[in-house]
Design a protein around this ligand. Structure first.
Ligand code: HEM
Length: 615
């Protein structure tokens, strides 16, 4: 899956002196202060510090690799819109920066795309510049959410948006020229308060002003910063619409009926806000937008979505699939990944469409030619493991959330109960995973060797989800990241898991919250900390009456640990039975290497507590 960031900005390294060119003051200029660092000035006024990612494709691409971003769709910074200036100046300025954007994209190895800007104070000129830019390679346009006193339901702007729909241009609406600035002179309030309000105003004006009723549904339009305050205050708008005729505007339907007419980006910086946004707008309407590389942008692009509790399918939509639809890039998608709606328009949901059975059955692609009979089994067994790994991650993430909540409110027992319940599911799944190897053992070693050569250098070392499970449970080993270099998204995901508190960490944090485990002294050694944690577990078992629910969690975690060791052992037996003492396709010594992993434990303190127990 290609990760696409639809909201980020650029500045060229240099541009002409616009104040001299147009004979008017306060145009943006760039002042290089030290290597790779610059300041944007508005006349003599300092506006913003920026760095080389704004103009240097190599810096951008390497930071995209770091964050697992495949494509960035760059756009200008609203300070360049110039809607308040003479239209011919704004057009000249737009051309300059639109061409500069394409130059940057040309050096982006196909991974940088762009949206143009237009002089929106002159609708004819704006339409012409849009058309020119689309022909030159831009995918659409970025516009401000208003032009002076004109909101987005202004007839001229609606005409322009119609033109965008006709031309197939994606439209990103960016807040700018924020309201109420005299009351917000400090603390970046125009950005933190004014911008969300501006964006909300843009959406509300389009809905109530009837713009969506006039515009064709083919218009692809997105509002930045999660749509500002819109989603959160939709209820208020809806209430006003139903109960106060004066708040009706001229739209034909209640405001909530227009949510499928626009997209929003994901730049909300808070998990609860993202969950709420997706719940309000729908998983098809939110797209990764980072505001990179500006100070208020997401530091590790995509991390909010990746670390969310959203399902993998929703994450995939937010990280790239929705953007492909928004940008009109679906035709670039390989057939297998093109989204198929669960319910074809007018059709009923069926077993097959709900479970995506046709797509699922397309996913087995043997490499041997002529196809070896047993390769299908080999693929299906691995895919089944990966599906169960997905469910384990899903459940263990929920266990982490429950334990976190339990630590925050030690009196509440619901979360501890829920954590134990989900852990029991995890142990049952793992029991099946241990058993499942027997199916693969029906394959003769000779039959495996007949197609093994086709698989190199693919190896179990590259199972992202297996490593994720290890990292999530607390077995973190940075060295294992090296096997994921070929898949930047997986690499970024694992790097995040490395940084995040593990299940083991959260479990002991909860014991701290309950007062069972003291904060370690700053100078405490690792061994002393470990012993203190083991003693805390011991104290739970010693007071069974008070801690039944926590003991249940401990027992489930211990059982899970035990079963994962069983999985490792059965895997080794399978490996020896199939390839003997041969080296692995991932370059390890094979079974002799795998035997070293048998001593690994996710929750060693739980085992240590058993040693400490006395009669
Ligand atoms: C004929 C069947 C199999 C053989 C010969 C085999 C062989 C190996 C070998 C030799 C390794 C060590 C890494 C390397 O050098 O490549 C390995 C690792 C691994 N394999 Fe398998 N494997 C088989 C089936 C499976 C199955 C069905 C799964 C299910 C997911 C699996 C998952 C893994 C994982 C997760 C690792 C990494 C283990 C770790 O780092 O602790 N393997 N495998």
């Amino acid at each position: 899956m290609e990760v696409i960031d639809i909201h980020n900005h650029f500045f060229p390294r240099a541009w002409p002196d616009l104040a001299a060119r147009f004979g008017t003051p306060d145009w943006p200029s760039i002042k290089h202060t030290e290597p790779g660092k610059t300041e944007i000035m508005l006349g003599d006024r300092f506006f913003r510090k920026i760095y080389s990612a704004c103009w240097d494709p190599d810096v951008r691409l390497s930071e995209m690799d770091r964050d697992g971003v495949g494509i960035q769709v760059i756009s200008a910074t609203p300070v360049l819109f110039a809607y308040e200036r003479p239209a011919e100046h704004a057009l000249d300025c737009a051309r300059l920066f639109n061409d500069a954007a394409l130059e940057l994209c040309a050096q982006g190895k196909g991974r940088l795309k762009s949206l143009c800007q237009v002089p929106l104070q002159d609708i004819d000129a704006a339409c012409k510049e849009l058309t020119r830019c689309l022909r030159a390679g831009h995918l659409g346009v970025e516009i401000g959410n208003h032009v002076g006193d004109k909101n987005l339901d202004d007839p001229g702007i609606v005409t322009f948006l119609h033109h965008c729909a006709d031309e197939g241009a994606a439209v990103l609406v960016h807040p700018w020229d924020m309201l109420g600035q005299p009351r917000m002179p400090k603390y970046m309030m125009p950005w933190t308060v004014g911008m969300p309000a501006e964006t909300q105003l843009g959406i509300v004006a389009m809905i109530l002003g009837g713009a969506f009723d006039k515009l064709p549904p083919t218009l692809r339009i997105c509002f930045a910063h999660g749509g500002g305050s819109f989603a959160f205050l939709l209820g208020r708008l809806e209430n006003a619409w139903h109960h106060h005729p004066v708040a009706h505007g001229v739209c034909q339907q209640p405001p909530s009926r227009y949510l499928d007419r626009f997209y929003v980006d994901s730049a909300v910086f808070d998990q609860r806000a993202l969950q709420f946004l997706v719940a309000t707008m729908g998983a098809h309407r939110v797209m990764l937008g980072s505001d990179y590389p500006f100070p208020l942008g997401e530091e590790r692009v995509g991390s909010l979505i990746r670390s969310s509790q959203l399902t993998a399918e929703t994450k995939a939509r937010l990280l790239g699939e929705n953007a492909k639809e928004f940008l009109g890039m679906q035709h670039d998608m390989p057939a297998a990944t093109a989204p198929t709606p669960a319910v074809a328009r007018g059709d009923q949901l069926t077993y097959s469409s709900y479970l995506k059975v046709p797509e699922l059955l397309e996913l087995q692609q043997p490499q041997s030619a002529p196809q070896h009979h047993d390769e299908l089994l080999f693929i299906i067994v691995h895919q089944t493991y990966e599906l169960w790994f997905k469910e384990l991650l899903h459940d263990l993430d929920a266990v982490v959330a429950n334990l976190r909540a339990a630590g925050a409110d030690p009196k509440s027992h619901d979360e501890v109960y829920e954590a134990a319940r989900l852990l029991r599911r995890c142990t049952e799944i793992t029991r099946v995973l241990v058993e499942q190897f027997t199916i693969l053992e029906t394959m003769l070693p000779t039959h495996f060797l007949a197609f093994r050569g086709k698989l190199e250098p693919a190896s179990g070392f590259q199972s992202e989800q297996f490593r994720e499970l290890e990292f999530l449970c607390g077995l973190k080993d940075e060295k294992m990241l090296q096997y994921h270099r070929p898949t930047p998204e997986g690499h970024a995901l694992l790097a995040r898991r490395l940084r995040e508190p593990s299940l083991r960490d959260v479990f002991f944090d909860a014991l701290r919250g309950m007062g069972v485990l003291a904060q370690p002294a700053a100078h405490a050694t690792e061994r002393e900390r470990f012993d203190a944690r083991a003693r805390a577990v011991l104290s739970l078992y010693r007071d069974e009456h008070s801690h039944r629910d926590w003991i249940d969690v401990c027992e489930r975690l211990t059982e899970f640990d035990e079963l994962v060791v069983s999985w490792r052992l059965r895997h080794i037996q399978l490996v020896e039975r199939t390839i003997g003492a041969r080296m692995g396709t991932g370059g390890s010594a094979g079974s002799s290497y795998l035997k070293l992993t048998l001593d690994k434990k996710f929750f060693p303190e739980l085992w240590e507590a058993r040693t400490l127990l006395t009669e």
